[in-house]
Design a protein around this ligand. Structure first.
Ligand code: ZN
Length: 568
């Protein structure tokens, strides 16, 4: 690759342009992709046949004839036989460093695993853990698991297979923990303990004992559990980068990165292995203030890691965990139950103050808002920042904004606020069933994507891996934004089919809109001269095949900054 990088400089040739008699430098290409069906995502010139690359940058896009002017002796020419080529995919909301650690080090069972599989997995982890290791960390469960299999005390159930270890298992949202008795003891949690703000300690129906479920306690547990090291996260990032490139992803926004994760990103980048553009949302740890974020931003930024982003949390999830903050109450679970709306993690005024201060300091903020009340409060906070600071041009994001009050939909475009559609949940699935149980009829008005786009709202999409999504595969999300049906047909029907988007809209969301979320729209997100050569070659044309076939898309080649990072 170093050879290619120098070719552009050495072999630059001057060509005489006969039409006007001027002499112009025509840059020599290191690589030309030819005989391709190139979808550029550039509205002015959406289609091309060939693209030329030099020094990691796109130097020509257009017809084969036009691009061939950049061909010299050392140019590598790849004839892709008419294959579909598009810009690399950008996942605007994922937790890849954490996901990589889970894939490599967690006592992992899938959210769909039945009890006998969970038991087998945990027993195996217990037997493989050495004597000195006190804690076993793993997951991912769903709140529905206990209801479905009649487990009234998750804590007692887990105690029976713990072999004396302390066990902490995360759920598939990453917000909630399932802990055994030894774990509660080490955490210092007993019957009289108060949960953290926004948190709930579950209790058994009979006897009113702690049942081992610690809802909305991830910040507290992050502090209390043995931390993963920089080396763990570096291995996790390597794992995630390889997976991302295999799926055609060349950019991601890490939706909450701790300082350990940021140190790992920085090291992987300095070693030349970070083959994705990364925007990292600085994690809102206890007591973070603007000066603290500024110090983190400056300390951890590197060539491919952009750190002027912050994540704030306003609520939880709209499942039977009932922790998303809603404008109307959840379904009662027994007759006469006091109304449950789901708690806000901080007062609305505190969010407005924080967001205004961060906006003034140049940070783009992603706010976790899963319920329609937290979305409303989030929009109010962005409005407060606009009033106080004027339009900073920063596009703050409301993440998981699946439930939105009708009157709030036009406010996204008015405030230049972004609806971050994640994770890929806009089709029938067990999680959607759980949301229906929690919210009743309102559960079917989830993800008003068509209304958002028609109202001019900026929209993003992200896998949220490893929350909910099993991997980083973007193609299932791309397919189902159009079909609103389960990508593998495992669950019948459509979820709110009127809210479907078109494939062209969706490809734009996963490329150019993602680039804007990373603050890199001038450098990535479309195939245009001067932009980074982040290109993918697919085995099918998403705009030409039925949308229901897009979920199985295979990427045959991924280029990141002109280098082949996946495929041959
Ligand atoms: Zn997330």
């Amino acid at each position: 690759m170093r050879l290619f990088a120098s070719l552009g400089a050495i072999l630059a040739v001057a060509l005489l342009l006969s039409s006007c008699g001027e002499t112009a430098q025509v840059r020599s290409a290191d690589l030309i992709i030819d005989n391709a069906r190139i979808y550029t995502v550039n509205r002015d010139a959406p289609w091309a046949e060939a693209v030329a690359v030099a020094d990691g940058e796109i130097i020509a896009v257009g017809t084969s004839e036009l691009v061939s002017r950049h061909r010299v002796d050392g140019t590598e020419v790849r004839d892709v036989g008419g294959a579909f080529v598009m810009p690399g995919i950008i996942d605007a909301h994922a937790h890849p460093a954490w996901g990589g650690v889970i894939a490599l080090y967690y006592c992992y069972f899938s959210a769909a695993a039945p009890p006998d599989e969970v038991i087998r997995t945990i027993e195996q982890c217990v037997s493989e853990t050495d004597e000195q290791t006190v804690w076993i960390q793993g997951g991912l469960w769903t709140p529905k698991f206990f209801e479905q299999f009649g487990i009234s005390s998750p804590r007692d159930w887990l105690d029976r297979i713990s072999g004396g270890k302390a066990i902490a298992l995360k759920d598939d949202s990453g917000h909630n923990y399932w802990v055994n008795s030894r774990g509660l003891e080490l955490l210092g949690i007993d019957e009289s303990s108060e949960p953290p703000p926004g948190g709930v300690y579950g209790r058994t129906p009979e006897g009113d004992r702690l049942n081992g479920l610690l809802m909305e306690t991830f910040a507290m547990l992050n502090e209390a559990l043995p931390p993963w090291s920089v080396d763990h996260y570096k291995a996790g990032i390597h794992h995630a980068v390889a997976d991302a490139n295999r799926f055609g992803i060349t950019g991601w926004k890490d939706a909450s990165a701790s300082d350990t994760e940021l140190a790992a990103y920085q090291q992987v980048d300095s070693e030349g292995d970070l083959n994705v553009h990364v925007a990292a949302c600085l994690y809102d740890s206890e007591g973070s203030d603007v000066a603290g974020y500024e110090a983190m931003r400056d300390r951890f930024a590197s060539g491919h890691v952009h750190t002027n982003f912050v994540k704030l949390f306003m609520d939880g999830v709209p499942t039977t965990a009932r922790t998303a903050a809603m404008l109307a109450p959840y379904q009662p679970t027994y007759e006469g139950e006091p109304e449950v709306f789901g708690p806000l993690h901080m007062p609305a005024e505190t969010l407005a103050e924080k967001l205004t201060a961060l906006d003034a300091a140049g940070f783009t903020v992603k706010v976790h808002t899963a319920g329609d009340r937290s979305v409303h409060v989030g929009l109010n906070a962005i409005a407060a920042a606009r009033t106080a600071n004027g339009d900073s041009g920063l596009r703050h994001e409301l993440a998981h904004a699946g439930f939105i009050d009708g009157e709030d939909i036009p406010r996204f475009s008015e405030l230049n606020a972004v609806a971050d559609l994640s994770p890929y949940l806009w089709f029938p699935s067990p999680i959607i069933d759980d949301i229906h149980t929690a919210l009743g009829d309102r559960g079917s008005e989830y993800w008003p994507n068509r209304q958002l786009l028609d109202a001019g709202a900026p929209v993003l999409a992200g896998s949220d891996w490893p929350s909910v999504a099993e991997d980083l595969n973007p193609w299932v999300g791309i397919e189902s934004l159009v079909t609103r049906a389960h990508p593998a047909d495992l669950h019948p029907g459509k979820a709110w089919g009127e809210e479907a988007l078109t494939m062209a809209e969706v490809l734009r969301i996963f490329t150019l809109e993602g680039a804007r979320a990373l603050g890199l729209e001038d450098r990535i997100g479309s195939i245009e001269v001067g932009k980074s050569a982040d290109l993918i070659v697919l085995d099918r044309d998403p705009l030409g095949v039925p949308a229901s076939e897009v979920g199985e898309t295979q990427v045959s080649l991924t280029l990141f900054e002109g280098h082949v990072v996946y495929g041959g």
